[in-house]
Design a protein around this ligand. Structure first.
Ligand code: CP
Length: 328
């Protein structure tokens, strides 16, 4: 169906292809490559970058986007096969095929419901869309992954550092007042592994990424000539790294969450002392300043966060083009 709901839909070769094409199109505008095409953007959750960058990609490419806010201007949608006697009015089994009769592609944002790793792994909403859709489906972040973010992050590194194979990167847990989902760290891990980077994952005890995601990342790394290692020491991970990807995520046991814990894990300029001289701070945004990342880092030349956000546009126009051409 040429859907991209997870990094596995692209694989090592597909991830390389999207990033290289995005790099080329960033330098040479592809023009009206989406002329006459209609994208339906289905939001179960809010967004700033995702909504704007997808709409911009469609409009600049000569197409159009229809925004559907579930539970706002659009019926609440059920995805479980249950007797529908609660507040949800329409099932994905009808809603998704109907949208496919009007539109050329669908994009979906449906965050984790906070039910734990196994529930996130099942990724029921985005997988339901992919299952019932007659047109390509692109994830705008689901419970398990945020593939467009991972691709934009690696495009940002590709621009700055050239060949990514063997590049030492740290994905570091960061403090927060909420137990955030793992979709972004999962996607950075999987996409960096697919690009053959030396990925170092650092987190405090109890904040492990889910086993099947780590196993998938290790398989991708092996195929791409990179590596994935996990440590409980942020200091060990950062030594010699060229990027510090800071991201809060919740503990493996949702009930074990402690608000604003491990505050020394919040990146400050001092954290860069042991890193490569050209090392950058990465974050998907939105970021809580002086909680998740020190303002002094976000306001410094170390920060690559605005470039990452811009690159969402560039990778998404490639994904939209390839999906609509049947070339994922
Ligand atoms: N990074 C990201 O997905 O941003 P939004 O939540 O604003 O779309």
């Amino acid at each position: 169906m040429n859907s991209v709901t997870h990094i596995r839909d692209l694989g090592v070769e597909g991830v390389h292809r999207v990033i290289e094409q995005a790099l080329t199109w960033k330098r040479t505008d592809p023009g009206q490559h989406l002329a006459g095409k209609l994208l339906g953007m289905v939001f179960f959750n809010p967004s700033l970058r995702t909504r704007t960058s997808f709409e911009a990609a469609m409009i600049r490419g000569g197409g159009h986007a229809v925004v559907l806010e579930v539970g706002g201007g659009v019926w609440k949608l059920e995805h479980n096969d249950v007797r529908m006697d609660q507040d949800k009015t329409e099932h994905l089994r009808e809603a998704v095929p109907v949208l496919g009769r009007y539109l050329d592609a669908l994009a979906v944002r449906s965050f984790s419901q906070g039910g734990g790793d196994a529930e996130d792994e099942a990724d029921a909403v985005v997988n339901g869309f992919a299952q019932y859709s007659s047109v390509p489906v692109i994830s705008m972040e689901s419970a398990r992954e945020h593939p467009c973010q991972g691709l934009a992050d690696l495009l940002t590194l590709r621009e700055r550092f050239g060949n990514l194979k063997g590049l030492p990167l740290t994905l570091s847990w960061a403090p927060h007042i909420k137990p955030l989902p793992k979709a972004v760290p999962n996607s950075f891990l999987l996409t960096a592994a697919a690009m053959g980077c030396e990925v170092r994952v650092a987190h405090p005890q109890g904040y492990d990424l889910y086993g099947p995601v780590l196993a998938e990342a290790k398989e991708l790394a092996q195929e791409a000539g990179g590596s994935v290692d996990v440590t409980g020491s942020q200091k060990v991970a950062l030594a010699g790294s060229v990027a510090l990807y800071a991201k809060a995520w919740g503990p493996s046991d949702p009930s074990a969450f402690v608000s604003d814990s491990n505050r020394d894990w919040m990146p400050t300029l001092e954290h860069f002392d042991s890193m490569s001289p050209e090392a950058v701070l990465m974050h998907c945004l939105p970021v809580r300043r002086d909680l998740e990342v020190a303002a002094e880092v976000l306001d410094s030349a170390r920060s690559a966060v605005i470039d990452e956000a811009e690159n969402r546009f560039h990778v998404q126009r490639v994904l939209l083009h390839r999906a609509l051409q049947g070339e994922i």
